[in-house]
Design a binder for this molecule. Structure first.
Ligand SMILES: C[S@@+](CC[C@H](N)C(=O)[O-])C[C@H]1O[C@@H](n2cnc3c(N)ncnc32)[C@H](O)[C@@H]1O
Length: 476
């Protein structure tokens, strides 16, 4: 191909940033400058620049890999700089981080990683910063990541969590929270490294064939492989899921198998008497509601989906458009449902799914920047909301009915502690052993080691799903 770049003299070409690195850098800047989500910005940038195939794959790998590895790379860069890392211009820091990612975590030859980073810096920042980028990345290139780790956090005498935090690029508070959750979930703390490493491997795209609308066979015929746990799941090897006719028509959707299991387990738990109404109390954007709607329709039950955000309620309407049976979506605060049922203004409910707003720490594989956006104070603030919503759900469900409390976070402050606080001293609520419900649903095909103390806790490294938590509670 002979475009303008092909005709350029080598020196001029070396000065120009290549389009994949420029795209990766622009995504990093959008994330840093305006709190954008990388997985929403990246497709738009690729489309706008006409990047496909290898260029698109490289741009995506560079941006997502840099965001994931930022914790490790910043620790290395701090050693190579003659000033505090915070004193750097944010654009310079992003070029350095992306350069460090190429040097420490990809097979890109060191000379190419440095020269392309310098060209990028010159194009977007000017020649002064380009000189700094050149000097710093040459220092980074002196060791591989393990070599740097040995220098930064020598093993003997170092708190193992600190080393893991730097080595796997997680905030230290997240490492500690995962360790506590692992131990509470009956796993060995030595497994922490595997769990953290799993967060740095992008998740496969899993689809759900929505009952009453789509068939698993259609997804398998399109090249997807059957899922491991959910009878409705299919895993795509690659490509754009939106391009599949079943997804475009709403017969199937993109949904992690952990999320599918949560909806299926709530629907499988025993409930006494006749059922008429299920509520999805925090339904946006509607993944679980779409699965529940199909299951509810099979039993002649109505599904009511609620979300406090009008925009997210609209997304639920879109997810449910074309769903069988009776369903309705409304915008509202889930904390008002319990009092409304108690006042007789809303009929009692047979099953409530409370897929609570949470830190999302169990889904870090999918959101490259998410681990840096959260802080321990989020756990406290969300905890108050989670407790309020669970109190309301338990008030809304009729005696003999079941509440499923789920989070896509394994943080104990969002899982067990919420359940224990809200149910303490209440004799009208009994725990349902999720292990027994899982056996009824999947029998020998159930994920091993997923239930401790009656709670479901899935793990990315062990089960290949997001780290979903589920507690089932029955009103006596
Ligand atoms: C974890 S997401 C739910 C995901 C959804 N179940 C799915 O599978 O697609 C939590 C949702 O709770 C909603 N939410 C937050 N506070 C709420 C409240 N007080 N009442 C109802 N919904 C709320 C958020 O807008 C968000 O859409």
């Amino acid at each position: 191909m002979s475009g303008p770049a092909g005709r350029a003299r080598p020196s001029a070409r070396a000065r120009r940033a290549d389009p994949a690195r420029r795209a990766g850098f622009d995504v990093l800047r959008a994330v840093g400058e305006r709190d954008a989500y990388a997985n929403l910005v990246m497709p738009a940038v690729l489309r706008e620049r006409g990047l496909h195939g290898r260029d698109a794959a490289l741009a995506t790998e560079l941006a997502y890999g840099t965001l994931r590895g930022q914790g490790s790379y910043d620790a290395v860069l701090a050693e190579c700089l003659d000033r505090p890392i915070d004193a750097l211009d944010p654009g310079v820091l992003d070029v350095l981080r992306m350069g460090a990612h190429q040097l420490l975590a990809t097979r890109i030859p060191a000379h190419a990683a440095v020269s392309t980073s310098v060209a990028l810096a010159r194009e977007v920042l000017g020649s002064g910063p380009a000189g700094l980028v050149n000097a710093v990345l040459r220092r980074v290139a002196e060791h591989d990541l393990t070599g740097w780790l040995d220098r930064l956090v020598p093993e003997p005498g170092t708190d193992p969590d600190t080393r893991l935090a730097v080595a796997t690029s997680h905030p230290a508070w997240v490492v500690r929270a995962f360790r506590d959750a692992l131990v509470a979930g009956g796993r060995d703390r030595d497994e922490l490294a595997a769990l953290l490493a799993a967060d740095n491997v992008p998740a496969a795209v899993t689809l759900v064939a929505r009952p009453g609308r789509g068939e698993l066979a259609e997804l398998l015929a399109a090249g997807a492989a059957p899922g491991r746990w959910s009878p409705y799941a299919a895993v795509l090897a690659g490509g754009d899921p939106a391009a599949l006719p079943a997804v475009a028509a709403g017969r199937a959707g993109v949904q992690d198998e952990g999320s599918q299991l949560v909806a299926l387990l709530l629907a499988t738990a025993e409930v006494s008497g006749t059922e008429q109404r299920w509520v999805d109390l925090c339904a946006g954007p509607g993944g679980k509601a779409a699965l529940l709607a199909g299951l509810a329709a099979q039993r002649g039950v109505e599904l009511e989906a609620v979300d406090v955000s009008g925009h997210r309620a609209e997304l639920v309407r879109r997810a449910l458009a074309g769903a069988p049976g009776r369903w309705q979506v409304r915008t509202g605060d889930g904390r008002e449902l319990g009092p409304a049922v108690a006042d007789g203004q809303h009929p009692p409910v047979d099953r409530v799914l409370l897929d609570a707003p949470c830190t999302g720490l169990g889904a870090l594989r999918r959101r490259p920047e998410a681990r840096w956006r959260r802080s321990p104070s989020d756990v406290a603030a969300l905890g108050r909301l989670q407790r309020g919503l669970l109190t309301s759900a338990l008030q809304a469900v009729r005696p003999g009915g079941v509440v499923g409390y789920a989070t896509c976070s394994p943080h104990l402050g969002e899982t067990r502690l919420v359940i224990e606080d809200v149910t303490a001293g209440r004799d009208d609520v009994e725990p349902v052993d999720v292990g027994q419900v899982l056996d009824r649903l999947l029998g020998a095909g159930a994920p091993a080691g997923a239930v401790t103390g009656g709670y479901l806790q899935l793990w990315p490294d062990r089960h290949g799903t997001d780290a979903m938590f589920l507690a089932l509670l029955r009103r006596r």
